[in-house]
Design a protein around this ligand. Structure first.
Ligand SMILES: *Cc1c(COP(=O)(O)O)cnc(C)c1O
Length: 383
């Protein structure tokens, strides 16, 4: 029997890598006493597959899962997850009743949101305070009112306040003054909440970068997204942790051909061959989330070497230089992966196009086929 034809373009996610990363993070934050680990699986698990990553994270000891929206949380329940689960991004009119019925903890940013949640009855609510990000959460001027109202609602048996939390603005820059200021503000908020009679189970502030770089920010729990996927939360700053990127993105070469010195390549001819050379067409483009800005900046891996992206990335395809070689159609082209063989990483793609690895992995998708493997399974990414 012949081997099945591999897909045109695929995203391979190694769940063994996710488990490995989750165990590393859990050990890291539990050095000085018990700290719970929430693994953040919003946005389809940063492009890695929410349900699959969630199950792998739970297997490896994630105490909590976190998502942005109620819809994401309900999808996790539908996929069979039943553990502690928090969501934190609601719009007025969202289905808080469905969340509460499914045992999902919800977050209130404001008095209005708290009232909407309390109206459902029996909600487990966490309160988000803005300590300086100036994004979601109650501003300092509203903390007292929010805590007083939450405390009253709790005494009336209408809600249970299970957590108080906030989010950092510059945790990937450990020297940034916002870190100290936000941590101090968070301690103020916790003190005010205690004065109001609240005694929540968990106070939490840290994302991946703070989990790794700032032990004083750990409180009762850390919320790790990017590091669980094996990507560096603070490039150039993080210590070596042994995290393993879980995602490999690859495609099959459509064709290769010779071009002559001076020939222009792809739309607008933003690149001309400097000498006689060869190019290959890779059938993925910005419709798949390959950044258009990768034109003339990023590289891929073919055979045993890096090949530069030449000219503009198109909607469905991109062109690479093959330096005179003419590999046959179907040859594997790795856009990025863990980097073990020398292939670029998501971080290198991010650097090439001026963004962060989060955006690279989260946006990749479109017509790519995604599949999950487990370590040394055939097609897995384990060395
Ligand atoms: C996305 C998110 C996180 C995870 O951040 P990472 O930097 O990926 O670890 C944590 N907390 C909140 C509120 C988030 O929205």
């Amino acid at each position: 029997m012949s081997d099945p034809v591999p897909p045109r373009a695929e995203i391979v996610v190694d769940l063994a890598a996710v488990r490995h990363n989750v165990r590393i993070l859990k050990d890291l934050v539990n050095v000085d006493g018990p700290v719970a680990l929430m693994v953040v699986v919003k946005a389809d698990g940063y492009g890695h597959g929410m349900a699959e990553v969630a199950a792998a994270a739970r297997d490896a000891g994630a105490d909590w899962l976190g998502v942005a929206t109620i819809e994401e949380a309900l999808a996790l329940r539908a996929a069979g997850d039943s553990g502690p689960l928090l969501c934190w991004l609601s719009a007025p009119g969202d289905d808080f009743a469905a969340a509460v019925a499914a045992g999902i903890e919800v977050t209130a940013y404001s008095l209005a949101e708290l009232e909407e949640i309390a109206a459902v009855g029996a909600a487990r609510v966490q309160l988000k305070v803005d300590t300086g990000l100036s994004r979601g959460g109650a501003p300092r001027a509203e903390w007292s009112d929010l805590f007083a109202r939450a405390s009253l609602l709790e005494r009336q048996g209408r809600i249970t306040v299970t957590g108080i939390w906030s989010h950092l603005a510059a945790s990937d820059e450990p020297e940034h003054p916002a870190n100290d200021a936000q941590e101090a503000a968070f301690r103020d908020a916790l003190a005010l909440a205690a004065e109001a009679g609240l005694d929540p189970d968990v106070a939490h502030l840290a994302n991946s970068a703070a989990a790794v770089l700032r032990p004083s920010s750990h409180f009762d729990m850390v919320r790790c997204g990017i590091a669980a996927y094996g990507l560096d939360p603070a490039p150039g700053v993080s210590p070596l942790l042994g995290l393993r990127p879980a995602m490999t993105v690859r495609a099959r070469l459509l064709l290769s051909k010779e071009v002559r010195a001076g020939d222009g390549v792809s739309y607008g001819h933003t690149w001309h061959a400097e000498r006689d050379t060869s190019v290959g067409v890779v059938p993925v483009g910005y419709a798949e989330g390959v950044p258009r800005a990768a034109g003339n900046t990023a590289a891929v891996w073919v055979g045993d070497s890096r090949r530069p992206v030449r000219g503009r990335v198109c909607m469905d395809q991109l062109v690479i230089e093959l330096h005179g070689e003419l590999p046959p159609p179907g040859t594997e082209v790795v856009l990025f992966g863990p980097g073990d063989a020398g292939e670029p990483t998501a971080q290198e793609w991010a650097d090439a196009v001026g963004t962060i690895s989060y955006e690279i992995v989260t946006r990749i998708g479109g017509r790519f086929v995604r599949r999950h493997v487990d370590g040394d399974e055939p097609g897995g990414t384990a060395p």
